[in-house]
Design a protein around this ligand. Structure first.
Ligand SMILES: [Zn+2]
Length: 419
């Protein structure tokens, strides 16, 4: 009998995948490479015998469709691509767990579920080669910046345009895949947590509330270079002194608002041992799930930088590098995800996602979206040591399955008929 879910099969398939797509340094399923193409073929092979339609869209996303009573579609997504030397679960767990859910639904409903079920393997989620993540999903959501994409090159100088051409994708037409979302009624994505929150709470699963909004800025303090021996301490315009105060202040700011703040780089000029620092440039990355709180964190960082500049008799200037609004997942689906987690015997827990995911792009396109996280054993991702306990892997497949079932009925009751 094939009508029951078999989470052990997912674990076995993940190991089978690792067997031919990883080496001693980790997973090597980098998007648009020959190995990635081979992984896609392997995935296609897993669908033999299922009454599904498959195709690759204009942006290289791979779609598997099991038609249901209604055209309204429940989407389950993930990404088979990895960073170089990546983990064995990031992205492909989502797809293979989704495949197992599809098998169960197909068997239970004799090939005709109440709503259409679609599995999607997004192209180049990681952006490892061209430095731009969420390629396939942002093409689909309409947010992909084509002008920017045309200018992208990898380390060898190969353009994204040519790399895509080699696998049969025309960059200029990539956004044509937007129509794939027209029938989408909900989107589910399971993912390994890429941090230690669930691990520290000793919980196997979590409901993701949304992805953090991000404010990323370069802050430059301008002082005056002066000889380190002849300049008395009270006569200095030390750009580093002001910048250094920021490093402590951002911890207080993050603490007050419950977000995260990082000073990721610091460069000084002239940068020699015998000179007071004339110019100090630091970068600040601030993230929060709440847009107002994020705005307050940014405002407070600005005010403090100006205060520290005044105190040190230097000046300060700010340049925005990048920003994105927080993306909140669907309220109903958050509730259903909690229920699905509880149904496996785990305690429900809600948490934000620090990193962006394909799910964020789907949510931006207006599709009700939810993500579920499974505990990461070391709290580490994008590394060959990435791992999750097998019993948690099995549990997350079961939880995704419960969530899919609940969401199918949610779609059916919410949108009983559509044209
Ligand atoms: Zn991922």
């Amino acid at each position: 009998m094939d009508t029951i879910l078999d989470p052990k099969r997912t674990v076995a398939e993940l190991k089978e995948l690792r067997g031919f797509s990883a080496d001693e340094n980790g997973a090597q399923r980098v998007a648009f490479t020959p190995l990635w193409v081979e992984v896609r073929k392997w995935l296609q092979g897993k669908l033999v015998g299922l009454p599904v339609e498959t195709h690759t869209d204009a942006a290289g996303n791979f779609w598997v469709t099991l038609p249901g009573e209604s055209d309204r579609a429940l989407l389950i997504g993930g990404h088979m691509d990895s960073v170089p030397n990546g983990g064995w679960l990031d992205g492909c767990l989502n797809v293979l767990a989704g495949l197992e859910v599809l098998r169960r639904i197909n068997a239970q409903y004799q090939g005709k579920p109440p709503v259409t079920l679609r599995l999607v393997d997004w192209a180049d989620e990681e952006g490892a080669r061209f430095g731009k993540s969420l390629f396939g999903s942002s093409a689909c959501s309409g947010n992909l910046d084509l002008d920017e994409a045309r200018g992208l090159k990898d380390r060898e100088g190969i353009s994204l345009l040519d790399a895509l051409k080699a696998v049969g994708i025309d960059l200029d037409r990539a956004k044509d895949c937007g129509h794939e979302l027209e029938s989408a009624a909900a989107y589910l994505e399971l993912h390994i947590e890429q941090g230690p929150v669930l691990l520290d709470l000793d919980l196997p699963l979590g409901t993701v509330l949304g992805t953090y909004g991000v404010e990323r800025h370069a802050i430059t303090f301008h002082g005056q270079a002066a000889h380190s021996g002849s300049t008395p301490m009270n006569r200095r315009k030390d750009a580093f002194l002001a910048a250094g105060k920021m490093s402590q202040e951002i911890y207080r700011i993050a603490d007050r608002h419950g977000g995260v703040c990082t000073i990721g780089s610091c460069a000084t000029r002239p940068g020699i041992v015998t000179s007071v620092v004339e110019e100090c440039r630091i970068t600040l990355d601030q993230r929060h799930l709440d847009a107002d709180a994020l705005a307050r964190m940014l405002a407070e960082a600005r005010e403090s930088s100006e205060e520290f500049a005044r105190e040190g008799n230097v000046t300060v200037s700010w340049d925005r590098i990048w920003h994105i609004q927080p993306i909140l997942f669907d309220r109903d689906l958050i509730g259903l995800c909690d229920e699905a987690v509880a149904k496996t015997g785990a305690k429900p827990h809600r948490l934000p996602s620090g990193p962006l995911h394909d799910a964020a792009e789907v949510a931006r396109a207006g599709v009700p979206t939810i993500m579920m996280f499974v505990q990461s054993l070391h709290g580490i991702s994008h590394n060959k040591i990435e791992d999750t306990r097998e019993k948690h892997l099995e549990q997350c497949v079961a939880a995704l399955d419960h969530l899919a079932e609940k969401t199918m009925h949610w779609i059916a009751t919410k949108q009983p008929r559509s044209g």
